[in-house]
Design a binder for this molecule. Structure first.
Ligand SMILES: *Cc1c(COP(=O)(O)O)cnc(C)c1O
Length: 465
């Protein structure tokens, strides 16, 4: 194996990076002073940085490396495809074998009559497609006014103008003039932080019924679709109460609203089924996919669309598409990834073995004095950090300060675990072994101990009033 080991010293790489590379979701001033972590290679669940430090990557990159790092097969598939046909487009009545094969395979894997795929280069692009597709669908049916899309606060659907507007992250809306018109946000089913004295079951119903209220307020003749992640990812791995999704499904059915499940994280085995919609018993009209579709080995996303919507869209010329819609190399890599997930039984293993094993270990973290709850579904989980679990209290300082301290202790102890506010989240490669799960949870516990000690020492272990 050839490794790129002859790179510049870390400090020089960091200086060049800070001088010329604008990073997504990164504080530029900190880049100057601290320098970026330079990741040079990875294998399985382990990352190596430019100083030779190893980290257990409990985030699978950005929730995407489902088959783990360092597999040869997708690399071989990419090389083969690039030699045979590196690029051709799928516009204007043309197609090619990798796009045909991947669309057919996705139709086979997707539940119900989700039989049609519109390809994109990413999850953001796919959600932009969805906005235009559902509005075009209703316009084609003679209802152009039915163009409002309802989403949720603290949702993440991407960072382009359209998908960032669907998302409910206020700190994103504050930059660049988002949201675009006719996107409406309701509250999220986040019982731990917003449920107050209501039981989780009642709270799930209440939050779902906000959708019904919004449809009644806006008018069913104005609402095109509702979009949601089966389980919110970037919002903090928020597992909704069991009552939530059945009620959402009922409301969409009764009011004739299209349901879009954003499966960008939940898809391809993450929740123990091929799709989160299967795990949570949701029947969407459209699913957004990306990330685990290629395990991050190539940039690709798409919308998997039901028969009814596809038929209406096919009745017009949908003036939409990306140069790289159905890129041959990316399709070939995604097909190889799906083959590995299937033939190696990785999705079933999450459902039957590694998911339950991780869950049992993860739930053990609630014994730690800093931890309030530790929800997990399949291979996506979170823990709520709190000064007082009994009252689900928040910390007195700025939200996120404690999460950041914990994240730094994780890094120093060889674990990549992200924080969302004062919630720690994981989404490891699905191929993680039992021994690696043990290591993950041990390192998380150590980081929690160190965080606890530091909070005590700095006088930060106080509840907000
Ligand atoms: C990451 C993500 C997206 C955006 O995907 P990109 O490939 O980053 O554009 C959309 N939806 C969800 C749920 C995501 O987690």
């Amino acid at each position: 194996m050839t490794l790129i080991t002859n790179h510049l010293p870390t400090a020089e790489l960091q200086a060049l990076d800070a001088a010329h590379h604008l990073h997504p979701f990164t504080n530029g001033a900190e880049l100057e002073t601290k320098g970026a972590r330079v990741i040079t290679r990875a294998k399985g669940v382990t990352l190596t940085d430019s100083d030779g430090n190893n980290y257990l990557d409990a985030m699978a990159g950005l929730w995407c490396v489902n088959i783990g790092y360092g597999r040869d097969e997708p690399a071989e598939a990419a090389a083969r495809q690039m030699r045979e046909l590196p690029f051709y487009n799928t516009f204007f009545q043309t197609t090619h074998v990798p796009a045909i094969a991947l669309a057919a395979r996705l139709a086979e894997l997707a539940p119900g009559d989700l039989n049609h795929v519109f390809f994109a280069g990413s999850g953001s692009e796919a959600n932009d497609t969805n906005i235009r597709m559902v509005r075009t669908y209703w316009a084609q049916k003679g209802q152009p006014e039915k163009n409002i899309i309802i989403s949720r606060k603290n949702a993440y659907h991407g960072s382009s103008m359209g998908s960032g507007s669907l998302g409910g992250m206020t700190f994103m809306h504050e930059q660049g003039g988002l949201p675009i018109p006719n996107i409406h946000h309701i509250d999220q089913p986040h019982w731990w932080s917003e449920g107050g004295d209501t039981s989780p079951e009642d709270f799930g119903l209440e939050r779902a019924r906000q959708l019904e209220q919004a449809i009644e307020d806006l008018g069913a003749d104005r609402v095109a679709a509702f979009i949601a992640e089966p389980i919110q990812g970037a919002g903090g791995v928020v597992v909704p109460p069991a009552t939530y999704w059945p009620e959402i499904q009922r409301i969409c059915d009764e009011h004739g609203i299209l349901l879009i499940a954003d499966e960008v994280i939940c898809g391809f085995g993450r929740t123990g089924s091929w799709f989160g919609s299967t795990t949570l018993d949701i029947r969407p009209h459209i699913m957004t996919v990306a990330k685990g579709l290629s395990s991050g080995y190539a940039p690709i996303g798409g919308s998997i669309v039901c028969d009814e919507v596809a038929e209406v869209i096919n009745n017009c010329e949908f003036a939409h598409g990306y140069t790289y819609s159905g890129h041959p190399m990316a399709c070939a890599v995604a097909l190889e990834n799906l083959r590995i997930l299937d033939e190696e039984g990785i999705v079933d293993r999450v459902a039957q073995h590694s998911g339950p094993y991780l869950q049992q270990k993860w739930h053990g973290l609630v014994e730690h004095p800093l931890v309030g709850e530790a929800p997990i579904v399949g291979m996506m989980g979170s823990i709520a950090l709190t000064p007082d679990a009994a009252t689900r209290a928040k910390f007195a300082g700025n939200e996120g300060d404690v999460g950041l301290i914990c994240r730094e202790h994780c890094f120093q102890n060889g674990l990549v675990m992200r924080h969302v506010g004062d919630r720690m989240i994981i989404s490891p490669p699905l191929v993680i072994t039992d021994a690696e799960i043990d290591t993950l949870v041990e390192r998380a516990w150590t980081a929690l101990d160190l965080t606890h000690a530091q909070l005590k020492q700095d006088g930060l272990l106080k509840a907000a009033k």
